[in-house]
Design a protein around this ligand. Structure first.
Ligand code: MF3
Ligand code: CO
Ligand code: CO
Length: 262
Protein backbone atom coordinates (compact mmCIF):
# COMPACT_ATOMS: atom_id res chain seq x y z
CA UNK A 1 0.00 0.00 0.00
CA UNK A 2 2.68 2.49 1.05
CA UNK A 3 5.02 1.50 -1.77
CA UNK A 4 5.24 4.95 -3.37
CA UNK A 5 5.83 6.77 -0.10
CA UNK A 6 9.37 8.10 0.38
CA UNK A 7 10.74 7.50 3.85
CA UNK A 8 13.50 9.81 5.08
CA UNK A 9 16.25 8.79 7.48
CA UNK A 10 15.96 10.39 10.87
CA UNK A 11 19.36 12.07 10.16
CA UNK A 12 17.74 13.72 7.15
CA UNK A 13 15.17 15.35 9.41
CA UNK A 14 17.75 18.12 9.99
CA UNK A 15 17.22 19.50 6.47
CA UNK A 16 13.47 19.38 7.00
CA UNK A 17 13.84 21.14 10.35
CA UNK A 18 15.73 24.01 8.71
CA UNK A 19 13.24 24.39 5.87
CA UNK A 20 10.29 24.14 8.25
CA UNK A 21 11.80 26.65 10.67
CA UNK A 22 12.40 29.26 7.96
CA UNK A 23 8.84 28.81 6.69
CA UNK A 24 7.48 29.31 10.22
CA UNK A 25 9.78 32.31 10.84
CA UNK A 26 8.46 33.86 7.64
CA UNK A 27 4.87 33.55 8.89
CA UNK A 28 5.92 35.05 12.25
CA UNK A 29 7.69 37.91 10.45
CA UNK A 30 4.66 38.93 8.36
CA UNK A 31 2.26 39.13 11.34
CA UNK A 32 2.56 42.88 12.19
CA UNK A 33 2.12 43.82 8.51
CA UNK A 34 -1.34 42.21 8.28
CA UNK A 35 -3.71 45.13 8.89
CA UNK A 36 -6.46 47.10 7.15
CA UNK A 37 -5.28 49.00 4.05
CA UNK A 38 -2.39 46.72 3.09
CA UNK A 39 -2.58 44.85 -0.23
CA UNK A 40 -1.98 41.13 -0.53
CA UNK A 41 0.56 41.96 -3.23
CA UNK A 42 2.58 44.08 -0.77
CA UNK A 43 2.51 41.21 1.75
CA UNK A 44 3.77 38.83 -0.95
CA UNK A 45 6.68 41.17 -1.75
CA UNK A 46 7.66 41.22 1.94
CA UNK A 47 7.35 37.42 2.24
CA UNK A 48 9.52 36.86 -0.83
CA UNK A 49 12.23 39.25 0.37
CA UNK A 50 12.32 37.63 3.83
CA UNK A 51 12.64 34.11 2.42
CA UNK A 52 15.46 35.10 0.05
CA UNK A 53 17.33 37.15 2.69
CA UNK A 54 17.40 34.03 4.86
CA UNK A 55 18.75 31.72 2.18
CA UNK A 56 15.43 30.31 0.96
CA UNK A 57 13.76 30.20 -2.43
CA UNK A 58 9.94 30.44 -2.69
CA UNK A 59 8.82 27.05 -4.05
CA UNK A 60 5.61 28.39 -5.53
CA UNK A 61 7.27 30.68 -8.11
CA UNK A 62 7.20 28.75 -11.39
CA UNK A 63 5.20 25.88 -9.86
CA UNK A 64 2.79 24.87 -12.65
CA UNK A 65 2.98 28.46 -13.87
CA UNK A 66 2.20 30.11 -10.51
CA UNK A 67 4.07 33.42 -10.24
CA UNK A 68 3.91 34.50 -6.58
CA UNK A 69 5.88 33.66 -3.42
CA UNK A 70 2.74 32.96 -1.40
CA UNK A 71 -0.94 32.14 -1.59
CA UNK A 72 -3.12 34.64 0.30
CA UNK A 73 -6.75 33.58 0.65
CA UNK A 74 -9.27 35.96 2.27
CA UNK A 75 -12.74 35.12 3.65
CA UNK A 76 -14.59 32.83 1.20
CA UNK A 77 -11.38 32.00 -0.72
CA UNK A 78 -10.59 28.40 0.23
CA UNK A 79 -7.01 28.33 -1.08
CA UNK A 80 -4.58 29.50 -3.79
CA UNK A 81 -5.59 33.16 -3.63
CA UNK A 82 -3.14 35.06 -5.86
CA UNK A 83 -1.56 38.07 -4.14
CA UNK A 84 -2.31 41.33 -5.94
CA UNK A 85 -1.51 45.02 -5.44
CA UNK A 86 -5.20 45.78 -6.05
CA UNK A 87 -6.53 43.41 -3.35
CA UNK A 88 -6.67 45.70 -0.29
CA UNK A 89 -7.45 44.07 3.06
CA UNK A 90 -10.39 45.46 5.08
CA UNK A 91 -11.16 45.52 8.79
CA UNK A 92 -12.88 42.25 9.71
CA UNK A 93 -11.31 40.14 6.95
CA UNK A 94 -9.74 36.82 7.84
CA UNK A 95 -6.91 35.59 5.62
CA UNK A 96 -4.80 32.49 5.18
CA UNK A 97 -1.16 32.96 4.21
CA UNK A 98 0.45 29.81 2.80
CA UNK A 99 4.15 29.69 1.91
CA UNK A 100 6.59 27.03 0.86
CA UNK A 101 10.34 27.62 0.96
CA UNK A 102 13.22 25.54 -0.40
CA UNK A 103 16.60 25.42 1.40
CA UNK A 104 19.34 23.10 0.14
CA UNK A 105 16.71 21.11 -1.76
CA UNK A 106 14.44 20.60 1.27
CA UNK A 107 10.87 21.93 1.20
CA UNK A 108 9.14 23.66 4.12
CA UNK A 109 5.36 24.21 3.73
CA UNK A 110 3.07 25.88 6.26
CA UNK A 111 0.07 28.20 6.52
CA UNK A 112 -1.79 30.13 9.20
CA UNK A 113 -4.86 32.31 9.54
CA UNK A 114 -4.58 36.04 10.39
CA UNK A 115 -7.14 38.61 11.50
CA UNK A 116 -7.27 41.93 9.68
CA UNK A 117 -8.38 44.29 12.44
CA UNK A 118 -11.24 42.88 14.51
CA UNK A 119 -12.90 39.65 13.35
CA UNK A 120 -16.58 38.81 13.80
CA UNK A 121 -17.48 36.22 16.43
CA UNK A 122 -18.49 33.90 13.58
CA UNK A 123 -15.09 34.26 11.90
CA UNK A 124 -13.23 33.78 15.15
CA UNK A 125 -15.13 30.60 15.96
CA UNK A 126 -14.31 29.22 12.50
CA UNK A 127 -10.61 30.05 12.77
CA UNK A 128 -10.23 28.55 16.25
CA UNK A 129 -12.11 25.41 15.22
CA UNK A 130 -9.97 25.03 12.09
CA UNK A 131 -6.82 25.12 14.23
CA UNK A 132 -8.35 22.47 16.51
CA UNK A 133 -9.22 20.43 13.41
CA UNK A 134 -5.60 20.44 12.23
CA UNK A 135 -4.36 19.47 15.70
CA UNK A 136 -6.92 16.64 15.94
CA UNK A 137 -5.46 15.29 12.69
CA UNK A 138 -1.88 15.70 13.90
CA UNK A 139 -2.66 13.81 17.12
CA UNK A 140 -3.37 10.74 14.94
CA UNK A 141 0.14 10.89 13.42
CA UNK A 142 1.62 7.89 15.24
CA UNK A 143 3.38 4.90 13.70
CA UNK A 144 0.82 2.15 13.06
CA UNK A 145 -2.08 4.57 12.56
CA UNK A 146 -3.28 5.31 9.01
CA UNK A 147 -3.98 8.30 6.81
CA UNK A 148 -7.69 7.45 7.16
CA UNK A 149 -7.41 7.93 10.93
CA UNK A 150 -6.09 11.47 10.32
CA UNK A 151 -8.89 12.38 7.90
CA UNK A 152 -11.58 10.87 10.08
CA UNK A 153 -10.45 12.82 13.15
CA UNK A 154 -10.47 16.09 11.21
CA UNK A 155 -13.84 15.56 9.52
CA UNK A 156 -15.42 14.49 12.80
CA UNK A 157 -14.18 17.49 14.76
CA UNK A 158 -15.32 19.99 12.12
CA UNK A 159 -18.73 18.29 11.87
CA UNK A 160 -19.23 18.69 15.64
CA UNK A 161 -19.34 22.44 14.95
CA UNK A 162 -21.60 21.97 11.89
CA UNK A 163 -18.70 22.89 9.62
CA UNK A 164 -17.57 20.93 6.56
CA UNK A 165 -14.06 19.91 5.52
CA UNK A 166 -13.04 20.41 1.89
CA UNK A 167 -12.78 17.22 -0.15
CA UNK A 168 -11.12 18.67 -3.28
CA UNK A 169 -7.73 19.46 -1.67
CA UNK A 170 -5.56 17.56 0.76
CA UNK A 171 -2.27 17.35 2.62
CA UNK A 172 0.63 15.66 0.86
CA UNK A 173 3.95 13.96 1.21
CA UNK A 174 6.85 16.47 1.10
CA UNK A 175 10.62 16.51 1.58
CA UNK A 176 12.88 16.58 -1.47
CA UNK A 177 9.73 17.21 -3.53
CA UNK A 178 6.88 19.70 -3.02
CA UNK A 179 3.96 17.31 -3.47
CA UNK A 180 4.30 13.52 -3.18
CA UNK A 181 2.59 10.48 -1.67
CA UNK A 182 0.77 9.96 0.61
CA UNK A 183 -2.30 12.18 0.22
CA UNK A 184 -3.67 13.30 3.57
CA UNK A 185 -7.38 13.71 2.89
CA UNK A 186 -9.55 15.96 5.04
CA UNK A 187 -11.99 13.07 5.54
CA UNK A 188 -11.62 9.33 5.96
CA UNK A 189 -12.45 6.01 7.51
CA UNK A 190 -10.44 4.81 10.52
CA UNK A 191 -7.91 2.09 9.76
CA UNK A 192 -7.95 2.65 6.00
CA UNK A 193 -5.41 4.25 3.66
CA UNK A 194 -1.64 4.28 4.08
CA UNK A 195 -0.14 2.92 7.29
CA UNK A 196 2.13 5.51 8.97
CA UNK A 197 5.76 4.51 9.47
CA UNK A 198 8.81 6.29 10.95
CA UNK A 199 10.49 8.51 8.34
CA UNK A 200 7.31 9.49 6.49
CA UNK A 201 7.02 13.26 6.06
CA UNK A 202 3.80 15.02 5.06
CA UNK A 203 1.56 18.03 5.65
CA UNK A 204 -1.74 18.18 7.53
CA UNK A 205 -3.70 21.12 6.09
CA UNK A 206 -7.47 21.00 6.58
CA UNK A 207 -9.68 23.59 4.90
CA UNK A 208 -12.87 24.09 6.89
CA UNK A 209 -16.01 25.85 5.60
CA UNK A 210 -18.94 27.37 7.47
CA UNK A 211 -21.27 26.13 4.73
CA UNK A 212 -20.96 23.60 1.94
CA UNK A 213 -17.81 21.58 1.34
CA UNK A 214 -18.14 22.30 -2.38
CA UNK A 215 -15.61 24.57 -4.10
CA UNK A 216 -15.24 26.45 -7.38
CA UNK A 217 -12.00 27.44 -9.09
CA UNK A 218 -12.08 30.84 -10.83
CA UNK A 219 -11.02 31.46 -14.44
CA UNK A 220 -7.50 32.50 -13.32
CA UNK A 221 -6.99 28.76 -12.83
CA UNK A 222 -5.93 29.09 -9.16
CA UNK A 223 -8.27 31.04 -6.88
CA UNK A 224 -10.61 28.52 -5.26
CA UNK A 225 -13.72 29.72 -3.40
CA UNK A 226 -16.60 28.11 -1.54
CA UNK A 227 -19.50 27.40 -3.88
CA UNK A 228 -21.93 29.13 -1.50
CA UNK A 229 -19.48 32.01 -0.73
CA UNK A 230 -19.42 30.96 2.94
CA UNK A 231 -16.31 31.66 5.04
CA UNK A 232 -13.40 29.22 4.83
CA UNK A 233 -10.26 28.79 6.95
CA UNK A 234 -7.12 26.66 6.87
CA UNK A 235 -3.99 25.89 8.87
CA UNK A 236 -1.06 23.79 7.67
CA UNK A 237 1.83 22.10 9.47
CA UNK A 238 4.54 19.84 8.02
CA UNK A 239 5.64 16.90 10.20
CA UNK A 240 7.68 13.73 10.24
CA UNK A 241 6.71 10.38 11.77
CA UNK A 242 9.20 9.21 14.43
CA UNK A 243 9.59 5.88 16.25
CA UNK A 244 7.24 7.09 18.96
CA UNK A 245 5.06 9.76 17.37
CA UNK A 246 5.60 12.86 15.28
CA UNK A 247 7.83 15.91 15.03
CA UNK A 248 6.26 19.14 13.71
CA UNK A 249 8.85 20.98 11.58
CA UNK A 250 6.87 24.22 11.17
CA UNK A 251 6.18 25.29 14.76
CA UNK A 252 6.36 29.06 15.31
CA UNK A 253 9.64 30.05 17.01
CA UNK A 254 7.53 32.65 18.85
CA UNK A 255 5.19 29.96 20.14
CA UNK A 256 2.27 31.34 18.12
CA UNK A 257 -0.54 28.95 17.23
CA UNK A 258 -3.78 30.66 16.15
CA UNK A 259 -4.63 34.38 16.15
CA UNK A 260 -4.56 36.87 17.71
CA UNK A 261 -0.74 36.49 17.77
CA UNK A 262 0.95 38.25 20.67
N1 MF3 B 1 1.45 25.57 -0.41
C1 MF3 B 1 0.34 24.91 -1.06
C2 MF3 B 1 0.19 23.57 -0.37
O1 MF3 B 1 -0.03 23.59 0.81
C3 MF3 B 1 0.56 24.74 -2.52
C4 MF3 B 1 0.53 26.03 -3.26
S1 MF3 B 1 0.89 25.73 -4.90
C5 MF3 B 1 0.71 27.23 -5.62
O2 MF3 B 1 0.35 22.52 -0.88
F1 MF3 B 1 1.21 27.10 -6.81
F2 MF3 B 1 -0.57 27.57 -5.61
F3 MF3 B 1 1.37 28.15 -4.94
CO1 CO C 1 0.92 21.86 1.51
CO1 CO D 1 1.05 25.13 1.83
Amino acid sequence: MAKNVTKYKLEEFDGLRRAGRLAAETLDYITPFVKPGVSTGALDDLLEAFMRQHGGVPATIGYHGYEKASCISPNHVVCHGIPSPTKILQDGDIINIDITVIIDGWYGDTSRMYYVGKPSIKARRLVETTYATMMAGIEQCLPGKTTGDIGHAMQTLAAEYNYSTVLDFCGHGIGRVFHGAPNILNYGTPGTGVKLEPGMVFTVEPMVNVGTYQTLTLSDGWTTITKDRSLSAQFEHMLGITETGYEIFTLSPKGWTYPPYR
